[in-house]
Structure formats: structure tokens, C-alpha cells
Design a binder for this molecule. Structure first.
Ligand code: 5GP
Length: 181
């Protein structure tokens, strides 16, 4: 699952984890420092630049990307082990990573989470009101680019309501849909 920053991917995946603890969700590695309340090994595997570089060098990441000054990647082995056991694996990743997954695993279902309207996304991205305007402008610009990638995805889910979007996501996990061809 991917989608523009500010759309609420993390919140929808948190709701999915809460409601369906049996659905396996990948834990990414990142060089970003933990935020208050984030637990190493649960929300992310927190690592430093050298540790992340070692994961790349050893071919242990299914995909990885830089985002807002930090690197994020999906450990390959747990995904393969889950799939080998016949269970679905959910990844919550940004756009460049989703493209790498599509290339590495063409059978993956790519879900795009979108917001009900541009105005709503703008409201969420500017909502904090604490950042300098250049940063907000840069973030809105990036969101426009990310929204333009919607057509690369198999399914679009609208985050009009977190619980509803999580339900739709779990249905897609259980009954995948893919674009023909
Ligand atoms: P945050 O720092 O807010 O937790 O995440 C920032 C961005 O990184 C989000 O768009 C999130 O989807 C993305 N992200 C988290 N884990 C991964 C990953 O393993 N790979 C990629 N490509 N993006 C990720």
C-alpha cells in the first residue's frame, strides 16, 4: 500500500493491525530516529546509516528508498517466509518502493490510498501550522507528484474514514484484485 504523504497510510495500517492482528504486516528498517512511543522491532527496525548500508550490501532488502532525509526499506526474508507459508504480506511503503516491489514481484497487488479531495489533503499537510511556508509548499508539491502516480496502481482506496478504509484493505488482502495485463 502506498499513497501521498499526509493521506494517513500509517493510521490505516495501525487500524488494520488492531482489528486484524492475524494479517501479517512487514516491519521496515529505517535510519529515521524513533518518535516518542515507537518501539524498535515493532514500528520499525531502527538502524544507523552503516547498518542500513550493510542490509543493502547483503541484498537483505526487497526494496528501499530515501524519504525526507532518511532511508527506509523492507527486509526481504520475513516477506518471503510469510508468502512461502501461504499467507499474505502487507507492506506500507512510499511510491519509489512500490515501484521496486512491482518490478521484483509482478504478482503483488498495489493499493493506492488517496484522500477524499485535494482540499482535504492540503488541510492535512498544512494542518500542523508549525512549519515554515517553504516546507509546506515543498510537501504539497511532492503530494501532487505522488497523486499523479495513482494510475500505476491496481486498486485505489479512499481514506474518507480510517475504519472503513482498513476494512476495504483487509478485503483486498483476502481477495486481491489486479489490473488486467
Ligand atoms: P514515517 O517516517 O512517517 O514513518 O514514514 C515516512 C514514509 O516512509 C512513509 O511514506 C512510509 O510509507 C514510508 N516507508 C515506511 N517504511 C518503508 C519501507 O520499508 N520502504 C519504503 N520505500 N518506504 C517506507
Amino acid at each position: 500500500m502506498s499513497g501521498p504523504s499526509g493521506v494517513g497510510k500509517g493510521t490505516v495500517v495501525a487500524a488494520l493491525r488492531r482489528r486484524y492482528p492475524d494479517v501479517w504486516v512487514s516491519t521496515s528498517a529505517t535510519t529515521r530516529p524513533p518518535r516518542p512511543g515507537e518501539i524498535d522491532g515493532v514500528h520499525y527496525h531502527f538502524t544507523d546509516d552503516a547498518g542500513f548500508a550493510a542490509l543493502i550490501a547483503a541484498g537483505r532488502l526487497l526494496e528501499w528508498a530515501s524519504f525526507a532525509g532518511f532511508r527506509y526499506g523492507t527486509p526481504r526474508e520475513p516477506v518471503l517466509a510469510t508468502l512461502a507459508a501461504g499467507a499474505p504480506a502487507v507492506l506500507e511503503i512510499e511510491l519509489q518502493g512500490a515501484r521496486q516491489v512491482r518490478a521484483a514481484m509482478p504478482e503483488a497487488q498495489l493499493v493506492f490510498l488517496t484522500s477524499p479531495s485535494w482540499a482535504e489533503l492540503e488541510r492535512r499537510l498544512t494542518g500542523r501550522g508549525t512549519e515554515p511556508s517553504e516546507l509546506v509548499t515543498a510537501r504539497l508539491e511532492r503530494a501532487r507528484v505522488e497523486l499523479a502516480a495513482k494510475n500505476e496502481f491496481d486498486v485505489v482506496v479512499c481514506n474518507d474514514d480510517v475504519g472503513r478504509a482498513a476494512e476495504e484493505l483487509v478485503q483486498l488482502v483476502r481477495h486481491p484484485r489486479q489490473r488486467p495485463g
